[in-house]
Design a protein around this ligand. Sequence first.
Ligand SMILES: Cc1ncc(COP(=O)(O)O)c(C=O)c1O
Length: 389
Amino acid sequence: MDYKKYLSADTGSFMRSPVREIFRKVDLNSIYSFAGGYPSAETFPLETIERLSAEVLHKYGAKALQYGATQGVPELREAISKRYDVPVENIQITTSSQQGIDVCTRVLVDPGDVVLTTNPTYLGALQSFKSYRAEVVGVDLAPSLEAARSRQRQIDDLLAEGRRIKFFYAIPDFQNPSGQTMTLAQRSELVALARKYDFLIVEDSPYRELRYEGEPVATIYSLAPERTLHLGSFSKIMAPGFRLGWIIGAPELLDQIYVCKQALDLCPPIMDQYMAAEFMAGGELDKNLAHTIELYRGKRDHLLGLLEKYMPAGVSWTHPEGGLFLFVTLPENFDTVALYDRALAAGVAYVAGSFFYVDGSHKNTMRLNFSFLDTERMEPGIKLLASLL
Ligand SMILES: Cc1ncc(COP(=O)(O)O)c(C=O)c1O
């Protein structure tokens, strides 16, 4: 049967994730994988979760297994409100921050509207933007005067063509994929642009608490709460299997997201939310975070040392202050997409950097993850990758 005629026009814009395709092809444990963005299983607080699940069932009984409020259970919204010092009415719980990105796009974007983003940017966000038929435009946020003039011109040109810019999507802390962090000056300039040209900012912040060195930089939300939707996630600070995240923003915008979420999934998972609330409010999150940060700092340092030791001349990489990734740049003539199958056959995986560029450019780059692979397996993996290069 030909099913094509039944499909919506939106499906024509759906984009398959090359990262997930990699996972389908291979068992990640059988190779040296620097590819995915998986947290280390060592950071999952198994015993605490076992205890909390019993405590939550004892405390809330059947309520923990019932449907609940679309905005999220009050206990979790209150725990987030306290931790990040924002009013409860400015918080919507989401079923993962991927859903946060998707639901923001769904309520803000009509087909043909422009979404601005950094170049490179997070692949899962590109998938959401494209599925709503947004036009995604990459903007260079480099701090030079020339780049500042060029982005003003880029926005002026879009507006002169009659395009509507809805929001700028940014991952200011330890970006996926580059590992880079926006300075306060860059955040302030972005806010000034948003105010001047009247667009919103979606600040995606799943890695913010995973800082291994340096001082935290103010969130974009704190600089412009009236026009920022700030997305958080439990995936990297507790466990991704919980599929829990949150959006902080103006109640008027959250109200539309609330209605949209009624159609999407009625409510975020209740049992997960009660457990996350206990985990956060009872101090377990901070304990687990301290252990996670120590583990990841060691893994990051180890990977940086191995790159230094084994990578041939002409290869450079970013030095992330936190998060899960660093970004490698090879000499111009290299093509990491073309190299990929050979690397996989040899037993090492990365993600080609061009997948994260809006225009598929920068074929000479790759993203390396340092959270997933066991520390002792990193050296043979990097040796292998370096020998292929
Ligand atoms: C920048 C960014 N946003 C969102 C997500 C999705 O996270 P979650 O597990 O909360 O859906 C990821 C996951 O890797 C990410 O890197």
